[in-house]
Design a protein around this ligand. Structure first.
Ligand SMILES: Cc1cc2nc3c(=O)[nH]c(=O)nc-3n(C[C@H](O)[C@H](O)[C@H](O)COP(=O)(O)OP(=O)(O)OC[C@H]3O[C@@H](n4cnc5c(N)ncnc54)[C@H](O)[C@@H]3O)c2cc1C
Length: 556
């Protein structure tokens, strides 16, 4: 069932005269192709968006006045993005507010700010809206048709499907299996509730309990390499891999970026990265990932999703071979290992069985709205846990941070500790660990242990989010690549034990700075031994790996 309504252009201004004037000007030019929706407050505009979303329709552009009482234009746009992340965003400002508008460029990924008055619209308004509509139409995800996911609330497979789509920035509509629309869709496909999760793709195909590879193939993510040979093959599409892909492709190297799950890596899960250069108000991991991915693709990098690399071979003197799980392989002159790290699992009885059904690793932001008015527990004392706590505090009744240590000061950045202090519904529980979890269908309670006294207590909760450090998953490299005792890849000077080059190193030079023990294979980001675990350093190392690759290729 595909909606045939025209996409909307939404305008919101608290001054009725201005509100009418914007809507009139917009309608005059675009009324034949777009539905103009007018609101006079942030709240009523959000209500309108909610309805449009429920009807399965689209919003192309949102124009919001900055100075509105109760909810200003930036606050409105920030919330509006939750409904329509791809809609283009314009802030209407007075000259005096241009600073706020500039800040909003980062905060809400603002596309444009428009000074009032915008007369004549032919000169000041239409060129802006024309360009934004072109950009909106050119974004492949803005198809009017959409992906729908039908599943059960407490189901690990349903969560896995939603998490995969969300992390790959594929918009979808989530329908509970007992929702009448879901029932209609299932009946139309000859399926029943027992078949969920079911994904209905934009072209009307129903995928029953799909694997990630099935999903990727049907929602427009590329899974098959277009070529057999590349200049650079980058393994892992977190910030380091995306950085390497952007620089590699922009500098004319035939570049393929291979990702086992979703672009963005750990950073893609961050609700707000506050310390990345150039974003004074922070940027969400999803926004940063979306921009980086588009940038890499624009420069001609090829991106393969749901392809796990399981083997690396020397291949020959000038090529390296990467093997995939299905037995196929690609070759490249050079490789960048950017596989980052993965969350450590929490080892307590009962939790494994409840993973995806109340117990989540990482922030699982898709779940946030479901936590409304409930108590949420977050395990971990590092920045990732702190960010998640702040994020969930907007939805949950109370967020409890459980930390093993005496306080957060040793593990969390000061700016986050300060932020947390200011949020009344976040409570930090020092010296507290989770020693068990229980529930029939889903998590219902956890047992906490006081580290000083050893006393345990049980609390009722449906939500446990775990952030307890991470480890590299580099076993697949076998003996091919030297690693430190924790599994991180050794590079450059770290490979020179007492000045001696690594075993089997045949070149008459030392390994370059980010080069591993196999010539032409570089490591960047969190997977590298002793690297700084930050987005900026990962991106920087990705870029630096490319410059070393040029040096390597020139010497071949
Ligand atoms: C919730 C959270 C919040 C954070 N907040 C901040 C912050 O505010 N500021 C900051 O500077 N840092 C932050 N960090 C840390 C930052 O995200 C990491 O340092 C950064 O993402 C590391 O980038 P990376 O590319 O090296 O690795 P990752 O981001 O870990 O990406 C590695 C990618 O490789 C893929 N991969 C792994 N193995 C394979 C394989 N065999 N085949 C194919 N693909 C593979 C993975 O699926 C993953 O997508 C945060 C981390 C988390 C988890």
């Amino acid at each position: 069932m595909v909606s045939m309504a025209n996409p909307a252009i939404l305008t919101v201004d608290d001054d009725p005269a201005v509100s009418r004037a914007v809507a009139r000007d917009v309608r005059r030019r675009y009324g034949d192709r777009y539905r103009v929706v007018r609101a006079e407050s942030g709240d009523s505009a959000l209500e309108a968006l909610r309805e449009i979303k429920l009807r399965g329709e689209q919003v192309a552009v949102m124009l919001a006045d900055y100075r509105m009482p109760h909810m200003n234009g930036i606050q409105f746009l920030e919330q509006a993005m939750e409904f329509f992340p791809l809609a283009r965003r314009v802030l209407l400002t007075a000259y005096a507010d241009t600073d706020a508008a500039i800040d909003a460029i980062n905060l809400v990924d603002l596309d444009h700010y428009l000074l009032k008055p915008w007369n004549p619209p032919e000169e000041k308004l239409y060129p802006v809206v024309d360009a934004l509509l072109d950009a909106w139409l050119a974004t492949p995800d803005t198809s009017i048709q959409e992906t729908r996911v039908i599943g059960h609330k407490w189901s690990a497979p349903s969560f896995a499907v939603r998490d995969f789509l969300a992390r790959n920035l594929v918009p979808y509509r989530w329908l509970l299996a007992d929702d009448p629309e879901a029932a209609r869709l299932l009946a139309a496909a000859g399926l029943s509730e027992g078949d969920v999760p079911v994904v209905v793709t934009p072209d009307g195909k129903s995928l029953v309990k799909p694997t990630e590879a099935d999903l990727a193939a049907h929602v427009g993510l590329s899974t098959t390499p277009a070529s057999e040979f590349y200049d650079v093959a980058v393994v892992g599409a977190g910030p380091a891999g995306l950085g390497a892909a952007v620089y590699g492709a922009s500098e004319g190297l035939r570049t393929v970026l291979v990702e086992q799950r979703a672009t963005g890596g750990q950073a893609g899960q961050s609700s707000r990265i506050e310390n990345y250069l150039g974003f004074p108000n922070g940027v969400s991991g999803a926004q940063l990932t979306d921009r980086a991915r588009r940038q890499a693709l624009r420069f001609g990098a090829e991106l393969l999703t749901t392809r796990e690399v399981i083997g690396l071979e020397g291949g020959g003197t000038t090529s390296r071979l990467l093997r995939f799980g299905d037995g196929t392989a690609i070759a490249a002159h050079t490789v960048v290992l950017a596989t980052g790290v993965s969350y450590r699992r929490l080892d307590a009885p009962g939790l494994d069985e409840l993973t995806g059904r109340g117990v989540f690793y990482g922030s699982a932001s898709t779940e946030a709205p479901s936590c409304a008015d409930q108590d949420v527990y977050i395990v971990g004392g590092a920045n990732s846990a702190g960010q998640a706590a702040v994020y969930f505090s907007h939805y949950a009744r109370r967020v409890h941070i459980l930390v093993r240590g005496d306080d957060l000061s040793r593990s969390m950045s000061h700016y986050l500790i300060d932020q947390i202090k200011d949020v009344p519904n976040i409570e930090v529980h020092p010296r507290t660990t989770v020693v068990g979890g229980e529930g029939t269908d889903h998590l219902e309670r956890i047992t906490l242990c006081d580290g000083r006294t050893g006393a345990t207590r049980t609390v009722e909760t449906y939500w446990l989010f775990v952030f307890i450090g991470a480890e590299p998953r580099t076993d697949w490299l076998g003996d091919a690549i030297a690693r430190d005792r924790h599994g991180f890849v050794l590079t450059g000077p770290d490979l020179l034990a007492e000045g001696r080059r690594p075993a089997g190193w045949a070149l008459p030079r030392d390994p370059y700075h980010l080069e591993s023990s196999m010539p032409g294979v570089f490591a960047a980001g969190d997977v590298r031994s002793d690297s700084v675990k930050r987005v900026a350093s990962a991106v920087g190392e990705g870029a630096m790996a490319v410059s070393l690759i040029h040096r390597y290729l020139e010497a071949q």
